[in-house]
Design a protein. Sequence first.
Length: 295
Amino acid sequence: MVRIMFLLLLVATTVSAQFDCDIIVNYDNVSQVRDRLVTFEQDLENYINSNTWSSADMGGEKIKCTFTIFFVGATGDNSYQAQAFIGSSRPVYAGSAPSDRKSPVVRLFDDKWEFTYVKGQTLQRNDSQFDPLTDFLDFYLYLILGFDFDSFEKQGGTQYFQRAYTLLNQAPSSSKGWDRGSATAYSKFSLIEEINNPKYQPFREGFYQYHYRGLDLLATKPEAAFRNMASLIEKIAELKKTSNPKSILFRTFFEAKYEELAEVFKRYPDTSLLQLLTAVDPAHLNAYDQAMRSR
């Protein structure tokens, strides 16, 4: 694939911004201070889309992402509480070229975000000093990069997951949303700890198989593509037996992928994979049942 050639250039010196990110903001709950936030949306877009987040030369290709932000409250000292939906996608390749089809990669909802923002302020990246506004963005951008690179190269996103982990560790544990969390509820810590845990490496390797050797081959080598995509679901089933059955990593994967999985595997030669999906992802049972009925 074209992108894999770019991934081999991780130490390249010619780089550019890697994101095409849309910021969508709901101000309904802070309408009384709306005038203090008139530059917020544009400031965040400029920060994300103008910065360089990786030394990889992606050949001008940019990762599409969205931050949909819901303000929850505000105080008089320019402090805010918000929730955010974070999403990203990558193109599905047909041969050596990206097709018009997009595959969702990240779909996350973080309901614990507190930060200070001053109208028109210049947002600065500083990897050594915690800022609850920019570090929140940085954490999820590195997460998006990690999953995107993992989808094109085996373990290709490691350096970005490690950067996200470093950001979390430098955040005060007393900061809302940056605490060390629990094993059952979503938290940044729970997710990034699992991603970086060696026992989940089979999932990450399967993630590569599913995308680069699966989705990207469906148009040209469907039999091999189905086999490689199925291997990820089988790996998840095995991992759920030996690791945390309520894994945050698996939950977030299925939240992003269940519609795609149902659509793809209803074309699988038999119903075995859809049946396995109902067992490993019962939260989306209806989608898989509907796919079986529509075969």
